[in-house]
Design a protein around this ligand. Structure first.
Ligand SMILES: [Zn+2]
Length: 162
């Protein structure tokens, strides 16, 4: 897990969700899609299922698309669209845990409703539970436990994620 300070730099301020709130959403999403520890080995099917059961579009683009100059993957909750570079998409469907974590992180932005919001209390600094990146990473952590098993990190490569 990245330190709180990093989240402050890269995240947007969003409404407070406790770790338990985020856990409940991740569990609900995992249950809805019937995730189990072998889901990681069938991610192509999982991605089809997401688009079949929800109004989400997984938009796969050429790696050199300029949209990826700002982020390795993007989620637009308002458009219900997750945009992934082709190489990342192929790594996800190959069952690569780091790539799957990125997808789960983007799904976190969608299911946690991360439209940026304006807060009117400038004297109160945001806490980590008001940070979109912290929330999405925590969501992804729990989703990964559901789609790849509780010990998924042991098999994963060093994470350095958006
Ligand atoms: Zn993010």
């Amino acid at each position: 897990m990245t330190e709180t300070g990093d989240y402050m730099l890269r995240g947007k301020r969003v409404p407070f969700l406790s770790d338990q709130d985020i856990y409940m959403v991740a569990q609900g999403v995992a249950k809805f899609f019937g995730c189990k520890a072998k889901t990681l080995q069938a991610m192509g099917f999982f991605i089809e299922d997401i688009q079949h059961k929800m109004p989400i579009v997984i938009d796969v683009r050429n790696d050199n698309d300029p949209i990826f100059l700002v982020a390795r993957a993007l989620c637009d909750p308002r458009e219900a669209k997750i945009t992934l570079p082709e190489t990342l998409y192929l790594r996800i469907t190959d069952g690569d845990t780091e790539a799957a974590f990125v997808l789960c992180h983007e799904l976190g932005h969608f299911f946690l409703g991360h439209d940026p919001v304006l807060h009117m209390e400038p004297d109160v600094p945001p806490c980590k539970n008001e940070n979109s990146e912290y929330q999405a990473d925590l969501f992804a952590e729990w989703m990964m436990q559901r789609i790849a098993g509780k010990d998924w990190r042991k098999a994963a490569v060093q994470l350095n994620l958006f």
